[in-house]
Design a binder for this molecule. Structure first.
Ligand code: ADE
Length: 220
């Protein structure tokens, strides 16, 4: 998979691309991620990319020209263009699976007051990460990339993906590691039994209990 991220703040992605699972996925050629500076695509004086809004009001608005140029420079027939804004549909695990099937994602991060409305015409899909307003789309894009890349073949082990939160609408079961007893808190006996049928039954029951306790809304 190839992912092109269009941003005014490319340096925000430095650690994200060089640490942990994402870094490993890049090294193993499971994904190619390019961070593209929208500022390189403006033809206005002084690298201008934003301006005051017509009609008055606070905040700077991202201009059409640099964004259209930047997208057109990377867009191919099989590209899927995602525009990030609080206006979009809320991202979730189902969307992460859906995005993981594309060959090429182009993710457009806004900043400041917003995009010139005409920029929306470039998007195949408009996505938000939740009902709150951030200073820009950079953190949302990292969240989306993180959740998508871990689903790509060979990035993390198949067993890690076997039972996950939000699969069949339930949260994941609780996990424990050594020691067996810590501050008088014990690992459930069944997990030490070696009986995989019993362990699976226990885990399924726990998924339901935990979902009910923490996210009862998912059961409705
Ligand atoms: N940009 C600013 N806030 C955002 C949000 N909630 N989701 C996606 N992009 C954003």
């Amino acid at each position: 998979m190839k992912i092109d991220v269009l941003t005014l703040f490319p340096d925000m992605f430095n650690c994200f691309l060089t640490e942990s699972i994402i870094a490993r996925a890049i090294v193993k050629n499971k994904v190619e991620i390019n961070i593209i500076d929208i500022r390189n695509y403006t033809t206005y004086k002084n690298n201008q990319v934003d301006d005051y809004q017509f009609g008055g009001g606070g905040g700077m608005v991202l201009m059409c020209e640099p964004v259209f140029n930047a997208i057109n420079s990377v867009k191919k027939k099989d590209s899927h263009v995602i525009l990030l804004t609080p206006r979009g549909k809320t991202f979730n695990q189902t969307k992460a699976y859906e995005f993981s099937k594309y060959k090429h994602l182009i993710i457009l991060c806004g900043h400041y007051e917003g995009f010139d409305e005409r920029i929306y015409s470039l998007a195949d899909e408009i996505v938000s990460i939740g009902d709150f307003v951030l200073t820009g789309g950079e953190i949302p894009s990292m969240m989306i990339i993180d959740s998508v890349v871990r689903l790509l073949d060979g990035v993390i082990s198949k067993t890690s993906l076997e039972s996950e939160s939000f699969d069949d609408g339930l949260l994941d079961y609780p996990v424990y590691t050594k020691p067996r007893i810590f501050n008088d808190m014990e690992v459930p006996e069944v997990l030490l039994s070696g009986n995989h049928k019993l362990i699976n039954e226990y885990r399924e029951k726990e998924r339901k209990r935990i979902t009910k306790e923490y996210r009862n809304d998912l059961l409705k």
